[in-house]
Structures are given as structure tokens and as C-alpha cells.
Design a binder for this molecule. Structure first.
Ligand code: CAO
Length: 428
């Protein structure tokens, strides 16, 4: 018979106040016995708390960054009547048998967070690897679920990850999501310099997010032959409209319209017009997506993260603006769930609130394109008779040349610019 049990932190020795660094499940998610639920990290060790039984997570009681000790409540689990239950794996206590079953379990979540550059992995429970091996893989940008395990019961060992990376670098290409790799790089070692010899220095370790970003950025930079394309969008009318609507709604509680929301809408229209941009490479096969999930880069104190707006094609501009603002806030507070950073079709990187006149964003593999935006500025534009002042938004598109050639990229960019110049085009 099923029942709801409390899953608590088991005996973790003398450690107290151990932060939650990863949450691998969401409310409503089905888990198997022993699937990792959350990962705790002390100064000395990283520990997965496994599911004591198969079931459905009925309520999460922790969030990222919470500090736990032995006995802290992690979640409520509606167990399934099964022989897989492990009586003493972690502290569990029945709390009720009368609560209703949760709604159908959602899709499993990805477990990695990389920014502009999120690596997707299968659910943590499917990868039979210790937390340290999974972290090692993650730091190298390797999808641990693709690594064949040589340990007992197929467990993935440290050396399996190393062998996998070596194989990819030597031409196996597996680490790039099945895309062909090149010959091993014959590079000079990284320069080792004693900087203190030349003047005073201080050191600062990279944050966890920065380390994950670094691994993913490096892989994408090396493995994606991307080309960047520039286009100017005349957003004079759009900006006047945006400001007018915001003024009309001031103080009414209606979400503020942002340029980012219009960009998302225009990008979705461009994806529909140019479906190859809504794809990913899987070996020699192009996977064309029928959904429209749009990610945007968000700058946070801990580093760059990339939340995803799902089904952006089904949402209005107000909804997109509100959702982007809510996700950006959550990102800055370090509360984004891994599932909120997974599944994107394309990424937008907007530096418009800051400045710049153009840049070459790095494609967030396995996506094939990324759209960059810089600060709009009044520019003189020739109208055939005279120069007129127009508000110009610089767009910078980077696209994977294996999938997108220069003509297609320029057409995509041009379409985007035209849509932003006259948003009626997204209705066509
Ligand atoms: N041109 C001119 N002004 C712009 C603009 C643009 N393209 N985009 C936004 N602005 C202005 C807005 O009008 C707003 O001004 P007001 O406060 O006067 O209204 C201000 O900038 C802030 O805009 P916003 O609240 O709409 O925020 P945003 O949409 O610009 O940005 C977010 C949201 C999450 C994208 C942003 O905060 C962020 O994190 N950007 C950094 C992304 C990044 O790091 N990219 C690099 C990744 S690769 O290294």
C-alpha cells in the first residue's frame, strides 16, 4: 500500500550546516529506489541523498543553498507498494496515508546548469556514478549518461569519464553530442607564470557556476564552427509603442513591457520561418524541434545562467515580459531549478541595458544559434532624400556553420530586424 513518507538527511557524520548544491527532482516527479534526490556538499565531501523507495515526490521541503544537518527534512515521498523499498537507507517516517496522489509526473529534469551553455543530461538517477564522478564529468562538459561504466553493475568510474574524453578528443566525437570530433589538439601547455614576481596579486577561486560555464564555453568554442553576423534593427516605432503602453499601464500592476519580450516574440517568428535554426545536431542527423523554448542569458552575482521560457510561441508579450523578469529575479537569487535551464531551442543574450555595438556570442550547444542584442542608439539613417534620426538596435547572431550557412543566417537576421521594425510581421 502506498504511503507518504518523510525523507530526511541520513547520518552524515559530524557535518552540520551542509549546503544543498543540487536538487535532482521536482514535485510530481517519479523516482526509483536509490535515485539521487539532492546533493549536499561539505568542505570535504559531496553526498547524494538517495530515494529510500520508489515513488512520486509529493513535496520538496528544501531549495538550493539551504543548509542541512542530519535529520533535516528534504521532501515528502509518496511511495509505491513495491519490493524495492529499503528500510534503513535514510531516515524515513510515515506521516500520512490519506493524502491524495500528486498529479501526473512531469518530464524528468536535466541536471546541469551551465549558462549560455547549458549541458543537458538525463535524470541523475539514470547515471550510475558517484557524486564526485558526476561533478568531474559536469566540469568537463561531459554528459555522464553517455559514458559507458566499467565498474560493478555498470557504475561509471572516474577513469571511464577520462577515457570518454580522450576518445572524443582523438576523433570519437562522443563528448560533442555525437558530432564528429577532430584529431587530438597538439597544444602547448597552459602558461604557468608566477605573477607575484611582477607585482602584488590576489587570488579568487571561480564560482561553481563559473567553473561549469568555463567547461561548456570551452567545449562550444572548440567544437562549434560558428560564424557571427550583424544586422541593425530600426526599433524607433517599437520603442515608442513600448514606452506608450508602459506609460498607460503605469501603477496598474500590469507587467512592464521589455524589449527582451519583443525580441523573444520576434525570434519565435524567425524560428518558424527558418526551421533549421530550431534544431540540434545528433551525429549526422538534424533533430528539428516542433516546440519553441527560448532561453535568455542572465547575469547573476554567481555567474552567467540561462533560464528558459517554455512554449514561448503560446505566450503573449506581457506574459513573456513577466516570465522573463520572474526567471531573471530567481536566477539572481540563486533559486533557479535545473529544469528551468533545460530544453532551450535558441538563446538570446541581451546586453542592451548596458551598452556595446556588437559582439560574437558563443553558441549554446546543442542549440545551433544564439541571438545577441546591444544598446539601441539614435543613428542618422538616409531615407532617400535626407538623413533622419532613427533608433537602431544592433543585433549579433552566431550560428553553427555545420547547420546554418551564411545566406540562411543573414536572412534570419534580416527577418528578425524587419519583425522588430514592424511587429505586425510576426502575425504573417
Ligand atoms: N537598448 C537600449 N536600452 C535597453 C536595451 C537595448 N537593447 N535593452 C534594455 N534596455 C534598457 C531598458 O529600457 C531598461 O531601461 P529603464 O530601466 O530605463 O526602463 C534597462 O535597459 C533594463 O532593461 P530590462 O529591465 O528590460 O532588462 P533587460 O531586458 O535589458 O535585461 C536580462 C534582462 C536578464 C537579459 C539582463 O539583466 C541581463 O542579465 N543581461 C546580461 C546578459 C549577458 O550577460 N549576456 C552575455 C552572455 S555571453 O557572455
Amino acid at each position: 500500500m502506498s504511503q507518504i513518507i518523510e525523507v530526511r538527511v541520513p547520518d552524515i557524520g559530524d557535518f552540520k550546516d551542509v549546503p544543498v548544491i543540487e536538487i535532482a527532482v521536482a514535485a510530481g516527479q517519479r523516482v526509483a529506489c536509490d535515485d539521487a534526490l539532492v546533493t549536499l556538499e561539505s568542505d570535504k565531501a559531496t553526498l547524494d541523498v538517495p530515494a529510500p523507495a520508489a515513488g512520486v515526490v509529493s513535496e520538496l521541503k528544501v531549495k538550493l543553498g539551504d543548509r542541512l544537518a542530519e535529520g533535516s527534512l528534504i521532501l515528502l515521498l509518496q511511495t509505491e507498494a513495491s519490493k524495492t523499498e529499503k528500510p534503513a537507507a535514510v531516515a524515513v517516517a510515515p506521516v500520512s496515508t490519506a493524502q491524495p496522489a500528486p498529479a501526473a509526473a512531469p518530464q524528468p529534469m536535466a541536471t546541469t546548469v551551465a549558462p549560455a551553455l547549458a549541458v543537458e543530461t538525463a535524470p541523475a538517477g539514470k547515471a550510475h556514478a558517484s557524486p564526485s564522478v558526476r561533478r568531474f564529468a559536469r566540469d568537463l562538459g561531459v554528459d555522464v549518461t553517455r559514458v559507458p561504466g566499467s565498474g560493478p553493475k555498470g557504475r561509471i568510474l572516474h577513469q571511464d569519464v577520462q577515457a570518454y574524453v580522450k576518445g572524443a578528443m582523438a576523433g570519437g566525437g562522443a563528448a560533442g553530442g555525437g558530432v564528429s570530433g577532430g584529431a587530438a589538439f597538439d597544444l602547448l601547455p597552459w602558461p604557468k607564470v608566477d605573477f607575484a614576481k611582477y607585482g602584488p596579486v590576489e587570488t579568487r577561486p571561480l564560482s561553481r557556476i563559473q567553473k561549469i560555464s568555463a567547461a561548456n564555453l570551452a567545449r562550444n568554442w572548440v567544437m562549434v564552427p560558428a560564424v557571427s553576423y550583424r544586422e541593425d534593427a530600426d526599433i524607433t516605432e517599437l520603442e515608442a509603442f513600448r514606452l506608450k503602453v508602459n506609460e498607460e499601464n503605469a501603477g496598474s500592476g500590469v507587467p512592464k513591457l521589455t524589449l527582451l519580450a519583443f525580441l523573444i516574440k520576434a525570434v519565435v517568428a524567425a524560428l518558424k520561418r527558418f526551421p533549421d535554426f530550431n534544431s540540434s545536431l545528433d551525429g549526422d542527423t538534424l533533430v528539428l524541434k516542433q516546440y519553441f523554448h527560448v532561453a535568455f542569458a542572465a547575469d547573476t552575482p554567481a555567474g552567467l545562467v540561462v533560464p528558459v521560457i517554455r512554449d514561448a510561441d503560446c505566450k503573449g508579450i506581457f506574459e513573456l515580459a513577466a516570465e522573463a523578469a520572474a526567471l531573471a529575479k530567481k536566477a539572481r537569487e540563486g533559486r533557479l531549478m535545473p529544469g528551468e535551464m533545460a530544453g532551450a531551442c535558441i538563446t538570446i543574450s541581451s546586453l542592451g541595458g548596458i551598452g556595446g555595438t556588437g559582439f560574437a556570442p558563443i553558441v549554446n550547444a546543442p542549440e545551433v544559434a544564439i541571438v545577441g542584442a546591444n544598446k539601441s542608439a539614435i543613428k542618422p539613417v538616409w531615407d532617400g532624400a535626407t538623413f533622419v534620426p532613427r533608433l537602431i538596435l544592433p543585433l549579433s547572431l552566431s550560428a553553427d556553420h555545420r547547420v546554418i550557412d551564411g545566406v540562411a543566417a543573414t536572412r534570419f537576421n534580416l527577418f528578425l530586424a524587419q519583425a522588430l521594425a514592424d511587429m505586425r510581421r510576426v502575425l504573417l
